[in-house]
Every structure is written in structure tokens, then in C-alpha cells.
Design a protein around this ligand. Structure first.
Ligand SMILES: Nc1ncnc2c1ncn2[C@@H]1O[C@H](COP(=O)(O)OP(=O)(O)OP(=O)(O)O)[C@@H](O)[C@H]1O
Ligand SMILES: [Mg+2]
Length: 259
């Protein structure tokens, strides 16, 4: 299939994912459909265990679905071999994780430049591009610092710099503010919003309604299914909070009935 700019960035149809466990097949994602266009800002919410990280890993081609179809910028992911998938990932995606995932013994400059090593960019250019990106994230003083010497918010900004260094059109972030205090979390979200205004699509998993409110579109998962896909309004965010309460009550054995 050829790539065109008119196809959605993400197109998922009838996607299922089950994990094989000792107790048998364990379905986690059930008949999920989703389209995301270039430049969108989507928040994904849902109770713990509803399948959000599993879904994000599938979006990021880190895992394959049990069944269903996934086209990433018009390429059918399941038809690609491992190397082609890795190339597609490098070209289209940047990842940001809750735990920052920076390499502890490398400087920020080295961490941020790492994707350029895999892309075979020469050292001098790597250094220059890593520094530009760190400066942009307000980390101009920390080129030679190792991650443990800077704050959590600074580490997350460095991780965003690393995710952006190959200029991908899509950033996937799994609870990127989960380890940050409210103020720092606000700073990190301002960066995602700025990137989005520049045309980068953002798909971000979060438990925090304040964070999700930064997105324009909200997708809610409950028990592996999408139960809402629409504007990130106050009502939609409130419905998420209620869904979490229902699941917590159910798990506490307090027995809410309908679902
Ligand atoms: N590799 C695996 N093998 C078996 N089961 C798994 C595996 N990974 C996740 N699960 C299960 O799949 C379900 C969904 O997990 P997932 O991590 O996607 O949830 P989540 O919505 O991201 O939750 P949280 O909000 O707590 O991060 C959970 O019940 C989890 O225990
Ligand atoms: Mg998760």
C-alpha cells in the first residue's frame, strides 16, 4: 500500500489483544476501533487494568495484536517484518514513559542523541542536535549532567527531547506526568501543547483529569473496550472519574450491578 498524506496517521479496526497466561487466554483489548489524524491531541483514560498501556504499546508497534488491523500512516503494521517495523517506529514515533527511562550513566546530551546513533547520524551532528533540543526544553545548562542530578520534571523534559530528536509526527506518552508534582506536570503539559500546536500528533495516557483536559479529544477505556470517543469536555472527564469509582467498588466486592 502506498503512503498518502490523506490517510489517517492511525487507523485501527476490530483490534483484539489477549495475553496467554497459565490460567489460559486473558482478553485485554476487545474490538477496538480508532482513527487518529495527523496533528490531533488525544488523551486516553480508563481504570487501572483497562488496557491503556497494552493499547499504547500496540500503537507504538512494540507488540502485535491477537487479531484486527492496524495501519500506521497507511502501512499495515502486521505485514511488516521486524526490521521494517523498527524503521517505521523510528521514523514516525517518539515515546515518553512515566519513569522517564533515561540511561543513568549517560549525560543528557548522550541520552537525547541516542536515537541519532541508531539512525547513523555522525557524532558532531548528534551533539549539535541534542543540544538544540535540550535548549529548547529549557535544559541548556545540563548537557553534561547525568539524569540522577536533575529533578523529575527536568528528566521528563529530557525524555521528551529524546522522543522528538528524529522529528516524528506522533508522540505516544504513557502517564508522562505520573511521577511529577502538579506544577511540574503543568510545565510538561505546556510542552506537549506547544508541540501539538506545531503539528505533532500526541496520544497520551493519563489518570489525571487536569492532564487530559489539555487534549482536544478524549478516548475512554473500560474493560478493554472504548466506551467514549469525543471532545475532552468536563462531562466526559467526570464520566471517567465515575467509571473508575465503579471499578474500584466492584473490585472491593461492594457489588455495583449494571455496567
Ligand atoms: N504481559 C502480560 N501478560 C499477561 N497479562 C498482562 C500483561 N500485560 C498486562 N497484562 C494484564 O492486562 C490488563 C491490562 O493491562 P494494562 O497495563 O494495559 O492496563 P492499564 O490500563 O495500562 O493499567 P494502569 O492504569 O494500571 O497502568 C491487566 O489486567 C494486566 O494485568
Ligand atoms: Mg498502564
Amino acid at each position: 500500500m502506498t503512503e498518502t498524506t490523506s490517510c489517517p496517521l492511525i487507523r485501527i479496526v476490530g483490534l483484539n489483544k489477549q495475553y496467554e497466561t497459565d490460567a489460559g487466554a486473558f482478553p485485554v483489548l476487545k474490538e477496538v476501533n480508532l482513527e487518529v489524524a495527523a496533528g490531533e491531541f488525544v488523551a486516553i483514560m480508563g481504570p487501572s487494568g483497562s488496557g491503556k498501556s497494552t493499547f499504547l504499546n500496540l500503537l507504538g508497534c512494540l507488540d502485535l495484536p491477537t487479531s484486527g488491523d492496524y495501519w500506521l500512516q497507511g502501512r499495515e503494521v502486521a505485514r511488516l517484518d521486524r526490521d521494517e517495523r523498527a524503521q517505521l517506529r523510528n521514523r514516525l514515533l517518539g515515546f515518553v514513559f512515566q519513569g522517564f527511562n533515561l540511561l543513568p550513566r549517560m549525560t543528557l546530551e548522550e541520552n537525547v542523541g541516542l536515537p541519532l546513533v541508531y539512525a547513523r547520524i555522525p557524532r558532531q551532528e548528534r551533539r549539535q542536535r541534542a543540544r538544540e533540543m535540550l535548549e529548547r526544553m529549557g535544559l541548556g545548562e545540563y548537557f553534561h549532567s547525568i539524569p540522577s542530578r536533575i529533578s523529575g520534571g527536568q528528566q521528563q523534559r529530557a525524555a521528551i527531547a529524546r522522543a522528538l530528536i528524529l522529528r516524528p509526527p506522533l508522540i505516544l506518552a504513557d502517564e508522562p506526568t505520573g511521577n511529577l508534582d502538579t506544577r511540574t506536570s503543568g510545565e510538561v503539559m505546556a510542552i506537549f501543547q506547544e508541540l501539538n500546536h506545531e503539528g505533532v500528533a500526541v496520544v497520551l495516557v493519563t489518570h489525571e483529569p487536569d492532564v487530559a483536559a489539555c487534549a482536544r479529544r478524549l478516548v475512554r477505556f473500560v474493560d478493554g473496550r472504548i466506551v467514549h470517543d469525543g471532545p475532552a469536555t468536563a462531562e466526559a472527564l467526570a464520566a471517567h472519574v465515575q467509571a473508575v469509582q465503579r471499578v474500584e467498588e466492584r473490585e472491593a466486592g461492594m457489588g455495583s450491578t449494571s455496567g
